[in-house]
Write a protein that binds this ligand. Structure first.
Ligand code: FEO
Length: 394
């Protein structure tokens, strides 16, 4: 790892995990990720902000040693292991260091990482410490991503160390944002997977940081923003209540009947000027699916009937969409059965947390026939009308 100076006395220590391909054994990482620690040197004291995933702790320790720095404070913005998992090893190397975090984070560091509570000091919202010419302010920003999360604001240099907030899973050798479209996509994927379930909390935290003069946002995943408005504007769009004229269709088909329905529906929606994003769940990247759900007005789940219920892949997609709680307004279901079942009812039961209006599903027997395609035209018409109604309300 190479420690890089951001500005006078402030350094980034990003551990780049180039080949990590899965997070939480759930989230695909097509672009790898990074765990960014930061070092702030004052005239009297030095603070380390966040650490690294435990699998990379040696890289961080070696870099700190090479820098010949003494660590007086370890700031834990977030207790999750990818940022705090190396704190025990850092404490072993710097036994006089004190860990500073939110009161909730203190409990979590003790419970999850078995850190001795005597070395942890809980910091109130808005409290500060001085390193000598550098003042760190602790801004509690709960639920970005866990209930204990905070951001650390460096008052003199106007830098917000935001941890997961505004982060992106992106392994790159560039410290600062260089390729904006690439970073936008990675940050949107990250928002969809990590932040979207907490959209209201994200909104409150956006309001809270609005009063700060921020020149740089330094998250603990991905690149640093030296034009903070770029990511702040993107977040404002994602957390808004506005939805787009888009339909997301996660689907699975066993013998081609449901796929034929989806193909027809995709064309019918496109003919009506609606953007359509179908995801064949047999091959789909669920991160792409999550990202599509950030803006879409409607989700249509396509599934055949298997042993009286939905296909397990469709169950997974419905459960995931329900857990991610996108701002989607409408939902429907399409699919085929052989001899009966309760597939549509089961899917409806899985998406109860989505605040959606259900548009009448199209469930057919066997391969779609002329009358079935007419029902899909009716569904496309219904979706078109619903989207128009929303636009009229705006
Ligand atoms: Fe990057 Fe919620 O940890």
């Amino acid at each position: 790892m190479e420690i890089k100076e951001i500005t006078d006395g402030i350094y980034a220590a990003p551990t780049i995990h180039w080949d990590r391909r899965l997070f939480d054994e759930l989230i695909p990482l097509p672009d790898g990720t990074s765990y960014n620690a930061y070092i702030v040197k004052g005239d009297e004291k030095t603070a380390l902000i966040d650490t690294a995933d435990p699998s990379k702790q040696q890289e961080l320790l070696d870099a700190l040693e090479e820098m010949e720095v003494d660590i007086n404070y370890i700031i834990a913005n977030h207790a999750e292991q990818d940022h705090s998992g190396s704190i025990p090893a850092v404490l072993e190397r710097y036994p006089n260091a004190k860990v500073l975090c939110t009161p909730k984070c203190k409990v979590m560091l003790v419970e999850h990482l078995l850190i001795n509570e005597d070395v942890i000091t809980a910091m109130d919202d808005g409290s500060t410490i001085s390193l000598g010419g550098k003042t760190l302010e602790f801004v509690h920003t709960p639920w970005v991503h866990w209930p204990e999360t905070m951001s650390t604001y460096l008052q003199e240099d106007h830098i917000l160390f935001s941890c997961d907030f505004f982060g992106s899973h992106l392994a790159t050798s560039d410290l600062f944002v260089k390729d904006k479209p690439e970073v936008y996509k990675a940050a949107k994927r990250y928002y969809a997977e990590i932040m979207m379930p907490f959209r209201n909390a994200v909104r409150k935290n956006m309001d809270k940081i609005k009063v700060l003069h921020i020149d740089i946002i330094a998250p603990s995943h991905g690149q640093i923003y030296n034009e903070p408005e770029f990511i702040i504007d993107a977040y404002r769009d994602w957390i808004s209540d506005d939805v787009k004229n888009e339909v997301v269709i996660p689907y699975v088909s066993m013998h081609g009947s449901t796929a034929a329905m989806v193909d027809y529906l995709v064309d019918a929606l496109m003919e009506r000027g609606i953007t359509v994003k179908p995801f064949n769940l047999a091959v789909a990247d669920i991160g792409e699916l999550a990202m599509a759900l950030v803006d879409a007005a409607t989700i249509v789940i396509g599934t055949p009937t298997v042993l009286a219920g939905p296909h397990p892949s469709a169950v997974y997609a419905a459960y995931l969409a329900n857990a991610l709680r996108p701002k989607t307004r409408f939902a429907s279901i399409v699919g085929s059965y052989g001899w009966g079942g309760r597939m549509a009812e089961d899917i409806q039961g899985l998406i109860k947390d989505l605040k959606v209006e259900l548009i009448e599903p199209v469930i057919i027997k066997g391969y779609p026939k002329e009358e079935d395609f007419k029902m899909l035209d009716r569904l496309a018409d219904d979706i078109f009308k619903k989207h128009e109604e929303i636009q009229m309300k705006k």
